[in-house]
Design a protein around this ligand. Sequence first.
Ligand SMILES: NC(=O)c1ccc[n+]([C@@H]2O[C@H](COP(=O)([O-])OP(=O)(O)OC[C@H]3O[C@@H](n4cnc5c(N)ncnc54)[C@H](O)[C@@H]3O)[C@@H](O)[C@H]2O)c1
Ligand SMILES: O=c1ccn([C@@H]2O[C@H](COP(=O)(O)OP(=O)(O)O[C@H]3O[C@H](CO)[C@@H](O)[C@H](O)[C@H]3O)[C@@H](O)[C@H]2O)c(=O)[nH]1
Length: 446
Amino acid sequence: MNLAVIGTGYVGLVSGVCFTLGGNHVICVDKDEEKIARLGQMKSPIYEPGIEALIEMNLKEGRLKFSSDLRESVRLSDIVILAVGTPSLPNGEADLQYIESAAADIGRAMEGYKIIMTKSTVPVGTNEKIRQIIAAHTGYPFDIVSAPEFLREGSAIQDTLHPDRVIIGLDNPALEPVMRELHQGFTENIVVTDIRSAEMIKYASNAFLATKISFINEIANICEKVGADVTEVAEGMGLDRRIGSSFLQAGIGYGGSCFPKDTKALIQIAGNVDYEFKLLKSVVEVNQGQRFMILAKLHESIGSLQGATIGIWGLAFKPNTDDVRESPAREIIEALVKEGAHVKVYDPIAADNFRKQYDHPLIHWCAVPEEAGTGSDAVCLLTDWAVFKDIDLHLLAAGMRKPILIDGRNVYSKEQIEGTGLEYYSVGRPRMGGLSGLSPSVAGAV
Ligand SMILES: NC(=O)c1ccc[n+]([C@@H]2O[C@H](COP(=O)([O-])OP(=O)(O)OC[C@H]3O[C@@H](n4cnc5c(N)ncnc54)[C@H](O)[C@@H]3O)[C@@H](O)[C@H]2O)c1
Ligand SMILES: O=c1ccn([C@@H]2O[C@H](COP(=O)(O)OP(=O)(O)O[C@H]3O[C@H](CO)[C@@H](O)[C@H](O)[C@H]3O)[C@@H](O)[C@H]2O)c(=O)[nH]1
């Protein structure tokens, strides 16, 4: 089949490249001409393990093209995939301007029947809106399919080629065999549903995963006060198959381009039909507060941050990506700067992206993780990059002004910390080193 994918962000690029593997011919379209020019030279605009090799292979084999010419790309395709961004408006609602404008462009470009398949995350009812916009710009027939995307950044290719399930929302049953053929080889687990339910499945899935994270973070906060260890608690809970072990990793909360915006959008979707989604509102509130536990622990361990030097490990919202959208690191670093601290930051991949969005004279950009520790009063780990796990913690402690490590992602085991001389704070686990090895509230109680 011939496919045109509109929007060459994570979703458009990765799904476009992966659809070529099924023998389809794919044109990835973007209005950003610089992006298209770079892609033509096999340079990926996103950091995603394995993507450049796949781009190179498919370009050479002639199954993949990049273009900024939407009209021509639509004309040449059987299926047009919408993968443009749906960012948040200030009130949390999804901003549909890119969807609406692309739909109008698709309508204007059509010169025959097309299947329009939406992969962007869009509020319930949006595909019907897309249908109306396209119909207003063309007299040719077309069908609409909602096919929300569930890939994760950092494992996007694997997630696309081997998804847990594919959701297909449609209202013309004749499309089902085409959709099954398109996803052949990816998974047998194809759920065909109506369009509105497919749109809702995407938001409900992200909201549920975000809920698991905020739930375990609140359990972690209680664990700290009662002297329990949240990693043991999560392991014990996760063995119950009804609960499952994934997304129970306590830390400084979720970030990224999806959970923060999609939880807020679902609250708005509910609000628009006069339903107050109380649970999800709390999930968002808990997540927003969780990042500030880093600052609370800094205050607890070193007092005033004015003039202190704080090392930061990790700027990306999670490992294996250079994406810093909604990364908790941003607000933490801004708060440190506001309190007058010198901040020495290191991230293996995301530093350039972060720096383009935020810089300050009090920030020093480090070339290696150890540099962020040298002469510092504390080091805070914000992203669980594998490189941090292997750092020599004895050397780290020896080079610091005060040997304080605040681990926002529970990366280190008790055994790794013991004997290093570090005063170690993590999330929902007993403090190590320092006065008693117990958190102050527990120490006070015994
Ligand atoms: N990033 C993820 O991991 C992920 C995963 C699943 C779903 N989603 C959803 O998929 C959608 C896309 O996300 P993303 O992160 O890939 O987006 P992105 O914002 O990184 O990229 C979107 C691209 O679309 C292009 N674009 C916008 N309007 C266009 C037009 N009219 N014609 C051609 N190109 C146009 C932009 O230039 C940009 O390059 C969003 O709705 C998002 O919520 C994202
Ligand atoms: O136990 C956990 C798991 C994740 N996180 C954090 O949650 C955020 C999101 O992580 P992840 O879900 O791995 O990354 P995304 O790439 O944002 O993927 C999510 O958002 C995408 C966009 O909608 C969906 O397609 C995916 O299915 C969904 O997992 C990150 O900040 C993680 O650090 C935790 O704090 N604890």
